[in-house]
Design a protein around this ligand. Sequence first.
Ligand code: NDP
Length: 242
Amino acid sequence: MRTLITGGTRGIGAAVARRLAADGHDLVLGYASDDAAAEHTAQACRALGARCATVRADVTTDAGIDELFAASGELTGVVNNAGATLHIGPLADTPPDVVRATIELNLTSAVLVARAAVRAMGRSRGGAGGVLVNIGSGAATLGSPGEYVQYAAAKAGVDTLTVGLAHEVAGDGVRVVGVAPGIIDTTIHADAGEPGRVARVGPLVPLGRAGTPDEVAGAVAWLLSEEASYVTGTTVRVAGGR
Ligand code: NDP
C-alpha cells in the first residue's frame, strides 16, 4: 500500500498520515510551505515503520499537481485533503479575490487532484487500482451562513465529485469515497481569523464537543482498507451528529 496525502503534514492530514503509517502504508505527504511541520510529521511516520517522502507542491497550480504525482510513484491510495476556509464572515463582506481563492483551493484543485489520482491508479492506464478519499466538510450540508458560504459551496462540489467520479471509474479498479468532517480541532480556524471557533462551536455539536484529527483519521483508514471493499460513491460524515 502506497498512499499520497495532500496536506498530509498538519492537522487532519497529519493524523491520517500517522494512522496509515501504523496500518502499514508507505506514504507521500504533500504540503504548501511549512517545511518544519512536514519534517516533524514525516519523522513520526518513519518512527511508526513507514517509508515516508514529503513533497512541497502547491495544489492550486497544474505544475504543483504534476510534480506531486510524478514524485509519488505507483499509488494504491490518494487522500485528497488539502484545503482551507481562508476567511470567516458573511459573503457580502468577503472580498472577491478571497471567494475565488477559496473555490480554487477547495474545489478546482480537489477536482484536478482527483483527476490525477484516477489517472495514476486506474488499471486501464497501467495503475494498480486503489482508493481515492475526498475530504469534504459538514459545511456542504449546513451551508455555513455568516461564516463561509463560498467554502460550503465548494465542499458541496466535492461531495458531487465523489458520486460522479465513483461511477466513472468503478470498472477501472478505483473506489472513490468521501469523508465530511464536522468541526475538528486544528489550526484551520485560527488561520481563517477565529482562534476561539472550536470553543464557540464545540458545545453546539450534539456530542457536545469538537472532534479530533485522529477521529477523522479512523474513518479515512477504514475507507482505504479492504474492509470497505464494497463502499464507493458515498461520503461518511464524521461530525458528532451536527
Ligand atoms: P490544516 O490547516 O490543519 O492543514 C492544511 C494542510 O493542507 C497543510 O498540510 C497545508 O500545508 C496543506 N495545504 C494548504 N493549502 C495547500 C496548497 N495550496 N497546496 C498544498 N497543500 C496545501 O487543515 P485541516 O487539517 O483542518 O483541514 C484538512 C481538510 O479538512 C481541509 O480540506 C479542510 O477543508 C477539511 N475540513 C476541516 C475541518 C476542521 O474543522 N478542521 C472541518 C471540515 C473539513 P502547509 O502546512 O505547508 O501550509
